[in-house]
Design a protein around this ligand. Structure first.
Ligand SMILES: Nc1nc2c(c(=O)[nH]1)N[C@H]1C(S)=C(S)[C@@H](COP(=O)(O)O)O[C@H]1N2
Ligand SMILES: [Mo]
Length: 542
């Protein structure tokens, strides 16, 4: 009897490891799908392996195994993981921390694989972290009854071997039931998570495929005007690449909308309700413009701002077709996921390029940035204008509405505030004493920037040189040369807009309608090193 039970527990330990291991993978996988991260950690590892494997080795593997593609690799990784997971269960039998080390190593591999993917952010590591936490929790949940059982056996070897006792009876039976119950619950929960994650991932993948195949004839490639760059090395690009464009939304699961399923309803204080399909929208003449979008939550010097080439349909025409009633002063925009914002009617109907954008930087909008249609309004913060996944425009009055952020204490109106930022050098950086270049961006969308000045160590303001802009709706790059003595310095920047308004130095928080204050950085000027012989030769060679 006793022998039997010890045999059954020795099988239970690797089983515990296996179940805990796959529960962790299920959590990380479904979280990656729900967060719409491109690949689950396991797939990221497979990609990394492909990337690190030299070509000849891949060919050899294909010859030997018949194939060596990514899905196959994923299966190989899962099988190897199963072995390691079973082993963690065995390790846990002796000392729990050995299995923790194995989990940490696995998580590190997954973390690195996710991290080296293009455009990865800290958030992309969350599934790995959640998987790691799941491993620890599940393994301790599963091994606790086993440990209790073994302790009971060791303390009173006779209890369970007496007459009438056996598997399923007494305390041994109890711990066995606890163990099996927990195994069952975790297997069920893991499988459910996996299935749900897969369903979400699949519908998103389908939309992604549609998006990739979309051809929008009216959309042109982004070509920044030739004069927009100051030409300083390390400078932020004037056109923000789509992959690094900041992203802000309240969506935990980003809406995945098939263009064929999308319609926009325009209603409220209008003569006739209008419903537009995606095809009807993109069949209209498209407007294209460079517009800098920024977030009201951008701190002074922050990077919640980006400049892109947007293609879309002017909202003014659509509103005209609906026939806006007198007395209306707002449009309540609603997204597919129920987010709302209130936008002044005036900015949607004046001469500016307020549009229902279908493309960003020459390609259909990425799903995260509002596919298939989002609003772009030059001159307003995103929270009052740039509705992603927009499906409903209600012409109304501000007095009659409350939008998502205004109900949480943010201002009803959100015109962008005049601001400027130092990008080069980085805060805390080093520059050569004597002449050093300081450069950055300034913006006052739809008003325009007339001047940028910098001040060193709180001294007088000296003008910077401005690069060109295609319109008043984008940020402008600026550069100045400063003559610094060796040592620590501060540099501040301020801009003047086209109306003559000088950027205020008054420091205010982002709540309720955007931060103010001058961006100030610290830097250290150091004596330039004497050029050494090798550099001189290089110069001569060049
Ligand atoms: N549906 C929806 N649209 C939204 C938001 C949101 O949470 N949900 N956030 C807004 C905010 S606060 C900003 S700053 C911009 C950001 O747009 P981006 O993520 O494309 O940069 O989207 C706006 N549109
Ligand atoms: Mo925002």
């Amino acid at each position: 009897m006793r022998k039997n039970q010890s045999v059954s527990t020795s099988r239970a330990w690797p089983l515990a490891g296996l179940v805990a291991g796959f529960a962790g993978l299920a959590v990380s996988y479904s979280l990656a799908m729900v967060m719409t991260i491109r690949d689950s950690p396991v797939v990221a590892v497979a990609e990394l392996v492909v990337r690190l494997t030299p070509g000849p080795a891949v060919e050899g593997a294909i010859k030997f195994l018949g194939r060596a593609d990514k899905p196959f690799l994923v299966v190989v990784i899962l099988v190897l993981s199963a072995a390691v997971f079973a082993w963690t269960g065995l390790l846990a039998r002796r000392t729990w921390w050995r299995s923790v080390i194995v989990y940490a190593v696995l998580a590190a591999i997954g973390g690195v694989a996710v991290w080296v993917q293009r455009g990865a952010t800290a958030l992309d590591a969350l599934p790995v972290a959640a998987g790691f936490a799941t491993w620890l929790i599940c393994l301790s949940l599963l091994t606790e009854p086993l440990r209790r059982h073994e302790r009971a056996l060791a303390a009173a070897p006779a209890t369970d071997t007496g007459p009438g006792s056996g598997p399923g009876s007494g305390s041994a039976g109890h711990t066995r039931r606890t163990f099996l119950l927990r195994v069952g619950v975790l297997v069920g929960a893991g499988a459910t998570l996996g299935v749900v994650g897969r369903a979400i991932g699949r519908s998103r993948r389908h939309v992604e495929a549609t998006r990739r195949l979309l051809r929008l004839p009216g959309v042109s490639r982004p070509v920044p005007p030739p004069d927009v760059r100051v030409g300083v090395p390390e400078m932020t690009p004037w056109m923000t690449p789509t992959e690094t464009f900041y992203r802000i939304d309240t969506a935990f699961v980003v809406p995945a909308i098939e263009p064929a399923d999308w319609t926009l309803r325009i209603h409220g204080m209008v003569d006739r309700e209008v419903v537009v399909t995606y095809q009807e929208l993109v069949d209209q003449a498209l407007t294209e413009a460079w517009v800098t979008l920024n977030c009201v939550s951008n701190e002074v010097g922050g990077n919640l701002i980006g400049n892109a080439w947007w293609s879309g349909v002017r909202i003014a025409g659509l509103l005209r077709a609906a026939g806006v009633h007198e007395g209306a002063d707002a449009v309540l925009q609603t997204s597919e996921d129920g987010w709302t914002c209130g936008t002044p009617l005036s900015v949607l109907t004046d001469e500016r390029d307020a549009m229902l954008a279908v493309a960003m930087n020459g390609s259909p909008l990425p799903i995260e940035h509002g596919f298939p249609v989002r609003t772009i309004v030059p001159g307003l913060y995103g929270y009052v204008s740039a509705c992603k996944w927009v499906v409903d425009l209600e012409v109304t009055r501000f007095a009659d509405i409350e939008a998502y952020w205004t109900s949480k204490g943010w201002s009803e109106l959100g015109p962008v505030k005049l601001a400027s930022r130092i990008d080069v050098p980085r805060d805390g950086g080093e520059v050569p004493s004597g002449g050093a270049q300081v450069a950055g961006v300034a913006w006052a969308q739809h008003t325009g920037i007339d001047a940028v000045e910098i001040s060193v160590d709180g001294g007088s303001w000296v003008p910077a040189r401005l690069a060109g802009v295609p319109s008043a709706d984008t940020w402008v790059q600026w550069v100045a040369t400063v003559d610094l003595d060796p040592g620590d310095h501060t540099v501040s920047v301020r801009a003047t807009d086209a109306d003559g308004l000088v950027q205020t130095g008054e420091v205010r928080d982002v709540l309720p309608d955007g931060a103010t204050g001058w961006h100030t950085i610290e830097l250290t000027a150091v004596e330039p090193e004497e050029p050494d012989a090798s550099e001189e030769t290089q110069e001569e060679d060049g």
